[in-house]
Design a protein around this ligand. Structure first.
Ligand SMILES: NCc1[nH]cc(CCC(=O)O)c1CC(=O)O
Length: 319
């Protein structure tokens, strides 16, 4: 098959949200594609798409994101633009992507994964272990909140949202002693001046797919499929297959505290998974290995095992 490559006259349209992190990820995708096919950057057009999530997050800046409404809050408009042909590919943080895509779309290309760890961010402290009794921690992530309270029931968790600058300002105002972000985002934005220290995965298991960029396309677009295959990272693909199968079998949404991480050691895949009660009162976890090609199966098995241990109502909020 001969591929009609994009050109400055007929560029490949790359859709993305407009946040600094989303743009950095779109630029990375563009440079990898340009390098793989020896094309000028002008053969690609970055199309910024405003999503319902972006609008609502601006309007209701203090509300927990989970109260702003349903699945696909940050992806609906982008996927509509893919299906209509307004864009050709879309770049996403895989951590924010539902486990299944709408009919007609495929999401199976991943760039090499960044640091998977969470970052501990504090102007005064360098690690979780330095937090004093009763310290105030700021996060809007249900997973991080539940994990923190599970290990440290004495901590006070306050709702914390916004970009890095907003969070740093809140910290300097004394609103909280620390906050958390993904190392991946900080690294991609080259935010060297942020007081961030990585948290080892044994202390805080990351979200499924944290640090991974995924690229979505129309399932029947042969050109996009072939171009994306050239920049796909197979190792990230194997790891996400295990993690996303785990998440899918748990029926996880962004409203359930779930953590999962797959790592490759030669031909062996190690999968760690954790589910927590939203209030942090209970954590159930597992740590297993399998041959690399069996990761998805292990993910499903681990999910079934954890769900059985958890029992009904485990994810319900206690009032
Ligand atoms: N939910 C927001 C989100 N989605 C992806 C990242 C960071 C980058 C990544 O994990 O790929 C973040 C912010 C954060 O958790 O700090």
């Amino acid at each position: 098959m001969t591929l009609t490559l994009p050109s400055p006259a007929s560029p490949l349209k790359i859709g993305t949200r407009g946040s600094p992190l989303a743009l950095a990820q779109a630029y990375e995708t563009r440079s990898r594609l340009a390098a793989a096919f020896d094309l000028p950057l002008e053969a690609f057009e970055i199309v910024v798409i405003k999503t319902t999530g972006d609008n609502q997050a601006l309007i209701a800046a203090d509300k927990p994101l989970k109260e702003l409404g349903g699945k696909g809050l940050f992806t609906k408009e982008i996927e509509e633009d893919l299906l209509s042909g307004a864009i050709d590919i879309a770049v996403h943080s895989m951590k924010d992507m539902p486990v299944a895509q709408p009919e007609g779309l495929a999401l199976d290309t991943y760039l090499p994964r960044e640091d998977v760890r969470d970052a501990f961010i504090s102007p005064a402290l360098t690690s979780l272990h330095e937090l004093a009794e009763g310290a105030v921690v700021g996060t809007s992530s249900l997973r991080r909140r539940a994990q923190l309270l599970n290990r440290r029931p004495d901590l006070n968790v306050v709702e914390f949202r916004g970009n890095v600058q907003t969070r740093l300002r809140k910290l300097s105002e004394g609103v909280a002693d620390c906050t958390f972000l993904a190392m991946a985002g900080l690294n991609r934005l080259a935010m060297a001046d942020v007081p961030a220290n990585p948290i080892e995965t044994g202390d805080m298991l990351p979200a499924v797919a944290q640090g991974a960029i995924g690229i979505e396309r129309r399932a029947d677009d042969g050109r996009a499929a072939e171009m994306l295959a050239a920049i796909h990272d197979g190792e990230t693909g194997l790891r996400l297959a295990a993690e996303r199968a785990f998440l899918a079998a748990l029926d996880g949404s962004c409203e359930t505290p779930i953590a999962g991480l797959a790592e490759l050691h030669g031909s062996t895949l190690r999968l760690r998974g954790e589910v927590l009660r939203p209030d942090g009162s209970e954590s159930i976890s597992d740590d297993q290995t399998c041959p690399v090609e069996d990761g998805a199966e292990l993910g499903r098995e681990m999910a079934a095992k954890l769900l059985e241990k958890a029992g009904k109502g485990f994810f319900d909020w206690k009032s």
